[in-house]
Design a binder for this molecule. Structure first.
Ligand SMILES: C[S@@+](CC[C@H](N)C(=O)[O-])C[C@H]1O[C@@H](n2cnc3c(N)ncnc32)[C@H](O)[C@@H]1O
Length: 468
């Protein structure tokens, strides 16, 4: 079936990961970048006995639910794939994904799944963006067909599934404040000064990557990664940013001669300003360094944490475990309402941030431990501390390791609040926890408008707990 063109395929509904579903001769077909209600011609990219994957090559009828994408880079940039769907429908589809995953995978009795908590800001909502310099700009079909010569240096985002091609971003609707100005000015400066853009294949070139982080009160951190240790080029670049953008709160750089762009293991040099920025939430101050994790949508993060705290139903008497605590944001956020909160996380520097955040905020009833969850959370750990009255767990996309889920079943805390960015693995873990727990509440939260991603909070209560 591969490469066969399926004509007049009616797109019926949204499935997982933003793909849509149609049927061809009784077989399910998953199609990307379309909308329910479209009728398309689609070329099969993968054929299996029970389903096919296809890409739309022509849209014959547009769904009445479609809206015009607002970004000039929509289509080639992988960032906001749902711009062609109105925000109201995006919210319905996200909730529906949670319903589908829980019905299909968890298969346990469920309460009504609440309407998703939508975002007030559907644009400029991110506090962190990561741009890549490249000497291999993505050219559109029209540009290639024109036969003209184009500038091949670019600063922007990867084309989906192409590690070597970069869309040159002129305006990004994801991050406000100075983000667009800094990126465009730095690119223009580099072109004018003929500084070299990174070549991912040859692993050469001075300018490699630009990360911009920001806070709700417009503090800005800019981190430039250089692919060559060229002091003159580095000085020229950093001096330009310092002079041109005195509003940058924290100006940093990294020399990265490794094969990949991650810099957790590299030295970060402070060029100007402070070595961190500070986000504020309910009066609590969270220090964000270049290597710190922080939820990328600050406003919706607060909504997510409020739901989490409400589900936990704290009275001030409880011992709370905050599993996968990151920089301890949830732990510190709920601390005032609990007797003590214990956070566990395997990234040691994140735990150092968590402790520092507690200290800065005068919080004295939180404890933080670094290590792999399945190693740290064991019987002797629980014996050393109090057993939990409430467990809050916020694992990565893969969900919890089965040993951790088994440990939670053994512990039998009266309440578990499970926060997840992947309802499929969350539903899988909830199916295991259902041995001793009932699902009481399910609340999806939208952290990422214009994308198919959905965050979900589930409250589990120990069965027959009140009778004991
Ligand atoms: C979704 S984040 C949670 C962040 C945090 N709750 C917050 O809201 O800022 C998941 C966290 O789990 C941590 N993690 C991943 N695998 C782990 C493991 N096996 N043991 C402990 N922590 C782990 C990651 O480093 C990450 O900080």
């Amino acid at each position: 079936m591969k490469n066969k063109v399926l004509q007049n395929l009616k797109i019926e509904r949204i499935a997982t990961e933003g793909k849509c579903v149609g049927h061809y001769e009784g077989k399910v077909v998953f199609v990307s970048n379309v909308a329910p209600g479209d009728v398309v011609d689609a070329r099969v990219t993968r054929g299996r006995s029970s389903f096919m994957e296809a890409e739309a090559i022509e849209i014959r009828e547009y769904s009445p639910d479609r809206v015009s994408p607002f970004c000039e880079h929509y289509g080639s940039c992988g960032g906001c794939k749902w711009q062609h769907i109105s925000y109201e429908l995006q919210m319905d589809y996200k909730r529906q994904q949670v319903v589908d995953q829980f019905q299909r995978i968890a298969k346990v009795p469920l309460p009504e799944i609440m309407p998703i908590i939508g975002a007030k800001d559907t644009r400029y909502y991110r506090n962190k963006l990561d741009f890549t310099f490249s000497n291999n700009r993505w050219l559109t079909r029209e540009e290639i067909d024109s036969g003209a010569d184009f500038e091949r240096n670019a600063l922007g985002f990867h084309v989906p599934k192409r590690f070597d091609k970069i869309v040159d971003i002129q305006h990004c609707y994801l991050q406000g404040s100075l983000s667009n100005e800094i990126r465009n000015a730095l690119r223009d400066f580099a072109l004018a000064e003929q500084l070299s853009f990174y070549d991912i294949i040859q692993q050469t070139g001075l300018l490699r990557n630009l990360v911009i982080r920001s806070t709700l009160d417009d503090q800005v951190m800019a981190i430039v990664q250089f692919g060559e240790d060229d002091p003159a080029g580095i000085e020229k670049t950093m001096q330009f940013l310092k002079e041109q953008f005195p509003g940058i709160t924290s100006l940093l750089y990294i020399v990265n001669l490794k094969k990949n762009e991650t810099f957790q293991d590299l030295d970060v040099h402070l060029y100007a300003g402070k070595d961190h920025i500070v986000e504020t939430m309910e009066g609590l101050r969270f220090k964000i360094g270049p290597k710190s994790f922080y939820q990328t949508n600050s406003r919706q993060a607060q909504r997510l944490y409020e739901v989490t705290r409400e589900f936990a139903g704290l009275t001030g008497e409880e011992t709370v475990y905050d599993l996968y605590t990151g920089t301890g944001t949830i732990a510190n956020f709920v601390a005032k309402q609990a007797k003590q909160v214990i956070g566990i996380e395997y990234v040691a520097p994140a735990i150092a941030d968590a402790k520092e955040n507690a200290l800065q905020n005068g919080i004295t009833n939180t404890l933080f431990y670094a290590g792999d969850m399945k190693e740290v959370l064991n019987e002797s750990f629980v014996a050393e501390h109090q057993p939990p009255d409430v467990v809050i767990t916020d694992p990565p996309r893969a969900g919890m390791h089965e040993d951790v889920t088994r440990m939670l079943l053994m512990l039998g805390a009266p309440k578990i609040v499970y926060v997840s960015c992947n309802p499929a693995t969350q539903a899988r873990d909830v199916a295991l926890l259902a041995e001793r727990y009932e699902v009481r509440r399910i609340q999806p939260v939208d952290m990422f408008p214009q994308t198919y991603h959905v965050e979900n909070v589930v409250l589990l209560e120990l069965k027959n707990h009140d009778d004991q």
